[in-house]
Design a protein around this ligand. Structure first.
Ligand SMILES: CCCCCC/C=C\CC(=O)SCCNC(=O)CCNC(=O)[C@H](O)C(C)(C)COP(=O)(O)OP(=O)(O)OC[C@H]1O[C@@H](n2cnc3c(N)ncnc32)[C@H](O)[C@@H]1OP(=O)(O)O
Length: 250
């Protein structure tokens, strides 16, 4: 995590696809805490993979899990998201590869999004037979508005880079990762002279309702997750999905 002029670039590096398991989520959470403590002036979130920003939640954490491990996984995801979504410093996602589901959530939690061409992003949970939690849905709604979010979430739609720009899911398209980072840096530079306290207060004002909804309902949210994934038919669906992903690799 190099800090250049107070700006940090956080590069996710969990091959092959930056899927989010408990350990990776803990690392991200610790990183966001550290950036806050070090009074970071801005953060770019990106990935070391040439083709994937993040494949979303690690499905193996949800497939035949032990109860306590599944609970810990979900709480860690909540912790990480609460820190990122409420960060006092400006945040940009440099989306240099595919960003399905939890990968899309990471980018939606930043303030600004730049994407490379020919990749896909979206909350595709419905297509997997699972349901994007309310706070995932809120993030999408906050980015693209009620009507488009409803359509996208019901269908579990994955957007191409161009479609994402058109609907407002991303702010810019860059030609490649290098340009993506340049555009991310330009956004952060455009924020640098704003008074930090005023900036942060307005940001949190906009995000307050979404944050409160999870903060006041964390236990209920965890229960919904646990009850849902322990259903035999959901487990069957996850098993088939994992198999289809592995078959693709074979
Ligand atoms: C009421 C509450 C219910 C629960 C709410 C849950 C909320 C959020 C859910 C999620 O985030 S679920 C995850 C959704 N993610 C996806 O659907 C993406 C799946 N992956 C892909 O589409 C592709 O892998 C990719 C990201 C487009 C990359 O494609 P590529 O061809 O580069 O790589 P693959 O060959 O497909 O995969 C390589 C390797 O990684 C494994 N893998 C891929 N994604 C995941 C994942 N999300 N979790 C775990 N493992 C994953 C894949 O199986 C391959 O493994 P091997 O076969 O090589 O062992």
């Amino acid at each position: 995590m190099p800090l250049k002029m107070g700006v940090a670039t956080v590069t996710m590096n969990r091959p092959p696809v930056n899927s989010l398991n408990t350990e990776h989520l803990e690392t991200l959470h610790r990183t966001f805490i550290r950036l806050e403590n070090e009074k970071c002036r801005g953060m770019i979130l990106t990935s070391s993979s040439p083709t994937v920003f993040s494949a979303g939640l690690d499905i193996r954490e949800m497939y035949k899990p032990e109860l306590e491990k599944a609970r810990k996984f979900w709480r860690t995801l909540q912790d990480m998201w609460l820190k990122l979504y409420s960060s006092p410093y400006p945040t940009v996602a440099a989306i240099n590869g595919h960003a399905p589901a939890g990968g899309c959530l990471l980018s939606l939690s930043c303030e600004y999004r730049v994407i490379v061409p020919k990749v896909r992003m979206g909350l595709n949970e419905t297509q997997l037979g699972i349901v994007a939690p309310q706070w995932f849905q809120d993030c999408m709604r906050n980015a693209i508005g009620e009507r488009e979010a409803e359509k996208a979430l019901i269908a579990g739609r994955m957007f191409s880079s161009e479609e994402a720009l058109k609907v407002g899911l991303v702010d810019e398209i860059a030609q490649n990762k290098e340009e993506c980072i340049q555009k991310a840096e330009a956004f952060l530079a455009s924020q640098a002279n704003l008074p930090m306290l005023a900036r942060k207060t307005v940001k949190l004002g906009f995000r307050h309702q979404t944050l409160s909804r999870l903060l006041t309902g964390r236990e209920a949210d965890t229960k919904i997750f646990i009850d849902y994934i322990f259903q035999p038919k959901v487990q069957k669906g996850l098993e088939m999905y994992l198999q289809s992903l592995s078959k693709k690799a074979a």
